[in-house]
Design a protein around this ligand. Sequence first.
Ligand code: SF4
Ligand code: SF4
Ligand code: SF4
Length: 290
Amino acid sequence: MTESMTGTGQSPAKTPGTILQKQKGYVALRLHAVGGEFTSAQMRAIAGVAERYGRGRLHLTTRQGIEIHCVPLSGIEPAVGELEDAGVAMGADGPRVRLVTACPGAETCRRGIFETKEVAARLDREFFAQPAPYKFKIAVTGCPNNCAKATENDIGVMGAVVPAWNGEDCDDCGACEKSCPVSAIGKIDGEYVVDPDLCLLCGRCISGCPREAWTVARRGFVLWIGGTMGKTPRLADRIDGLIESTEELYWLVGRAFAYYRENGRPKERFGRMIDRIGRDTVVREITRRE
Ligand code: SF4
Ligand code: SF4
Ligand code: SF4
């Protein structure tokens, strides 16, 4: 490791994912993960590295990653080498795209609308560690329950379905009206209808109907942009409309990130840039087909 990592500043040539600690001469090793996934073999390797080069302790980060704290500068190179041998890469820090978080999604969650880990892995392959005006965070969440906090990330991908009602199968039990979390279902002239301005596209009416009178008319994603937490929290803005293919989703995320790289000022989070330029302008530019 370079000598300049012993002070308060960070060397331009420093190993990615190494964070200087307040204890002089020690770093935390931030590890890469997608959606918090590690294999058991990787976990054993990480634990071994923490015992050999750290103090035998791991820290679980708020972004579903792992940090090994209290590694001396002399331990960075061998520790990183052992981690790489186990298939564990280093995480990102500074003004870059951080690891992509994800909820369990449709693989195991009964409310999941799509396979979150697949989408997260695809986004991670394309964007992880890319330089940006400031830190940039992406989250993928399988349904509007929003367990992965899509609305608190610079980019949030959320599963969504558009429900359709079939009156022939309905016995008018009223359960869907009661179960809709935002009271978007009403009855007009004997027919159940959804207010599209209120509907969260969550699909609860579909899964909760005892007679399968609600079905999935369309399935896809909604995209949130510009969310951030920290000292001045800002919830993300939703781009209107259902995104019905992964190709369109990846295209939109790419457009949003490219727009931020082009227009964001140094140390300006994506959401602050949106506030400065104007939500409507940013959304129009991101969604515009050339
Ligand atoms: S966001 Fe939805 S799919 Fe993901 S864990 Fe929560 S309930 Fe399940
Ligand atoms: S829950 Fe199903 S059966 Fe009951 S009122 Fe709604 S659509 Fe009809
Ligand atoms: S999809 Fe969700 S929000 Fe929309 S009508 Fe059904 S239960 Fe209500």
